[in-house]
Design a protein around this ligand. Structure first.
Ligand code: NAD
Length: 323
């Protein structure tokens, strides 16, 4: 059984989930983490993400698939029972790999898993559920900055599943009285970044002295968000009204080529660049309006791109030294 007054983090072993767990534990919160350690990327990296948490007396890990909730009583249901807040971050991430046959994994781990988490939380009367959504729901919308009350036209199957999850959050708030909040994260970076994400790939290539592959001309823009800022937004989210959808961006938007300049400054190495065809599923531009986040959550991202890149570079170097 879980201690009363605990919170639950799904996707606890992942990039963002493990940072959230660490911050909650540091604040004295009892935390139950749930993760099935999927093999989308090396599960050993996820074990490393949780090293600190596993040594903490306030942390308990449930190694299980959220979809086990579909089969009735389970360790996962037991963990959700009595939780003050459920932070639902578990998902199949990645835009490009969501095409083709692998879409099945996205419908299972995003849509179906979110529905059964919300259903179970409604049954158990969990007071607050915060769900991770994504800037990918906006897709090819060109009116900038991107506002929560504006259109959503995803350009990837992944974005479609995240938009479906948001609709489920809204439905469970309206129809089942569950207090849900959906957060649209904008390209998160920092230590423990997933190995399929651009900065991590770029840093690994720089370290090996290999060229960096840039898809498209490099003029595409992103609102990069440092992971500590995202975690601050997640922690503030339970205070938002039921059914809210809130952008969490970094507060600065740069082109990919500008980001590479910043990376060269931080690492002291100018990358050689190989251009490749733009990839289907990649949005051209992202830039978050932070008005709602400021108003509802008092959200104010504080980390510059350079500071965040320096922290991620330090982490990449330390992991390579440890190998
Ligand atoms: N990283 C970003 O820039 C970004 C941007 C937008 C949205 N998001 C969202 O934020 C959340 C966290 O992303 P991340 O980058 O930390 O990804 P991640 O892949 O590092 O973490 C996700 C974790 O969920 C776990 N998981 C997946 N399916 C599961 C299931 N059925 N049962 C139990 N565990 C399961 C995986 O094992 C993994 O550890 C995701 O919902 C993602 O869609 C991330």
């Amino acid at each position: 059984m879980s201690a009363p007054g605990h919170v639950v983090v799904t996707g606890a072993a992942g990039f963002i989930g493990s940072h959230l767990v660490d911050r909650l534990l540091a604040a004295g919160q009892a935390v139950v983490g749930i993760d099935s350690f999927t093999d989308y990327y090396d599960p050993a990296l996820k074990e490393a993400n949780l090293e600190g948490a596993l040594a903490h007396p306030g942390f308990r890990l449930v190694r299980a698939d959220l979809l086990s909730l579909l089969n009735g009583p389970s360790e996962v249901r037991e963990a959700l029972a009595g939780a003050d807040v459920v932070y639902h971050l578990a998902a199949q991430a990645g835009v490009r790999s969501s095409w083709g046959r692998s879409f099945r994994v996205y419908t299972d781990d995003n849509v179906l898993a979110t529905q059964i988490v919300l259903e179970t939380c409604a049954d158990l009367q969990v007071p607050r559920v915060v769900c991770a959504s994504s800037s990918s729901v906006y897709g090819d919308v060109t009116e900038m900055p991107l506002r929560e009350d504006g259109p959503c036209r995803p350009v990837s199957p992944y974005g479609v599943t995240k938009l479906a999850c948001e609709h489920l959050c809204r439905l469970y708030a309206a129809g089942r009285g569950l207090h849900t909040v959906a957060l649209r994260f904008f390209t998160v970076f920092g230590p423990r970044q997933r190995p399929d994400m651009a900065f991590n790939l770029f840093m690994q290539a720089l370290h090996r002295g290999e060229p960096i592959t840039v898809y498209g001309g490099g003029g595409q823009t992103r609102d990069f968000t440092y992971v500590d800022d995202i975690v601050a937004g997640i922690l503030a989210a339970p205070a938002a009204p039921a059914g809210s959808v809130v952008n969490l961006g970094g507060g600065h938007r740069v082109s990919l080529l500008q980001a590479l300049d910043a990376l060269a400054e931080v690492t002291g190495t100018r990358p050689s660049i190989v251009h490749a065809e733009a990839q289907p599923g990649d949005a051209r531009d992202t830039w978050a309006s932070l008005e709602t986040a400021r108003e509802l959550l008092g959200y104010a991202p504080a980390t510059s791109l350079q500071e965040g890149l320096a922290a991620e570079w330090e982490w990449v170097l330390s992991t390579l030294r440890a190998c």
